[in-house]
Design a protein around this ligand. Sequence first.
Ligand SMILES: Nc1ncnc2c1ncn2[C@@H]1O[C@H](COP(=O)(O)OP(=O)(O)O)[C@@H](O)[C@H]1O
Ligand SMILES: C=C(OP(=O)(O)O)C(=O)O
Ligand SMILES: [K+]
Ligand SMILES: [Mg+2]
Length: 587
Amino acid sequence: MILKSMAAPAADLSLLRHVAVDRNRIVHFKARDFGSPALNRSFWFNRETLKSKIGIKSLAPYQVGLEASKKSNAYPCGLEGSIGLDAVSEGELREKGFLGLRKTKLVCTIGPACCTMEDLERLALGGMNVARLNMCHGTREWHLDVIRKIKKLNEENNFSISVMIDTEGSQIHVVDHGSPSSVKVEEGSVWLFTAEQYNGSRPFTLKANYEGFSEGIEVGDELVIDGGMACFVVVEKTGSDLHCKCTDSGLFLPGAKFSFWRDGKLVKRNYELSTLSTKDWADIDFGISAEVDYFALSFVNHADSIKHLMKYLSTKTTKPIRVLAKIESLESLYNLEDIVQASDGIMVARGDLGVEIPLEQIPTVQETITYICRQLNKPVIVASQLLESMVEYPTPTRAEVADVSEAVRQYADALMLSGESAIGSYGQKALSVLDMTSSRMESWSREENRQSHLNHHKLGVSLPDRVAEQICNCAVDMANNLGVDAIFVYTKHGHMASLLSRNRPNPPIFAFTDNNSTRMAMNVLWGVIPLLVDLSDDAESNISKSIELMKSKGLIRQEDTVLVVSDVTPTPTTPLSFQSIQVKTIV
Ligand SMILES: Nc1ncnc2c1ncn2[C@@H]1O[C@H](COP(=O)(O)OP(=O)(O)O)[C@@H](O)[C@H]1O
Ligand SMILES: C=C(OP(=O)(O)O)C(=O)O
Ligand SMILES: [K+]
Ligand SMILES: [Mg+2]
């Protein structure tokens, strides 16, 4: 499939790394040099461009497919004005056509390395769908400033970037180890772990943030720093202080997290810490007043904390804010289905998960969580260390690219950057690596027809719910079998869009809504492109209006086929409302 290292005949193609053609007749060019923003991602050309640029002969095995293509995949520029589609999706659609739209959503953690207006704009143009603010770091003023910038960009540049607040949560960690940066730990050295105030004059002393940190811990227990950055054995316990001898040398990073192990199993100890601390509640209030779109709740152990927060939100604001549960503790894995059911979505927070479960279990746990989320129709974000080496280096390791590809192959809804964007020097490049890698894996999955192997647990209980679910399952089957260009759906709360997305269709799902919260919430749904439009009570007129608008902008064209899932408006003669699937060929 990949036509490797083609000798590029034209000078401006000399940077091409490889050329690939997929079965959708999309030709991908990859830049050799990530340094050029213009060549920083795959390119899609139509066959005319191909002929003139590199000579169609060199693509002989694919010529039939290319010639048979009923139209080029690139779209001409149309009229100005808004049709409720964000500028980035519109640009991508024009450049790449329907099948060129990336399905996997991208979340970027905003930190000091990417918080100017220009940085945020570049991330938006690079494909960021959601900006994540981690309340573990920075002040509320700093976060508010970022939120305001994002909202301004959304308004002025017609972007659609959602804002996510990620709570600090209650977790035991090191607050002071005597140095502002990392400290090397030598094998055999004995360290004092204490919750007491520590003046920094004693060497080998660490202060923990919670006085009960050593409750239930015994001499002989193993103490693991950050999931393996260094290991100790507890050699003495005096009061709540622990004297620990290093058995495996390594590093203490600022804010290092630690876990205790006995007989190869995690020692459970911090249940009494509530998932939401006093500071977290204040951060939640901050998020409500800043009108964010999602809360990601750290260290959720039980569904109750999600329900509690949702109830609180319903009394505090009329704007729906979606609540995502971060799966990052051993305890949460015991209650996984309940947590997934209770939340609006999940984040596989592999950073802290790796402190609580053995690292080799993370890939299978990730796959299980991703699977359960799709079964229960909840979006899932795979997070942490996807491209960790890019915090420092301009290219990822091969293994990191393989990790990203695996998450996409598992059909995760979204991928997240942490330090890569927050503090790294190559945040935009990291984003473009996610963009390229996910696009490539998505097209491979389509070629392999992998989504046909997805089988689904039945969700609906009531008849209307079961009907909606069946309509969406069948609609996706039809859309794939007919090879339609796009799916259109009209949705108030995003439910129908999510039921379509759950089936991971080949064509993109254009989800029209008149509710801005729904629009922003759909930014984490796989393959869904949200559009904010005025919707009337007349479903048929909504359909024709949206098709006409898209057509007038040159975004859909004659011969394009659209599969439309919509409600049918009740009339005096047919007072029942029901849903329909229609296939429309644009004339
Ligand atoms: N708002 C911020 N201010 C300063 N530094 C930040 C901010 N957000 C993130 N960072 C930095 O980026 C790193 C990676 O982000 P993240 O994964 O969210 O946090 P952590 O590593 O604490 O789990 C953090 O360790 C921190 O150094
Ligand atoms: C995403 C995570 O949470 P945080 O960065 O807040 O620790 C994680 O632990 O992987
Ligand atoms: K956090
Ligand atoms: Mg975490």
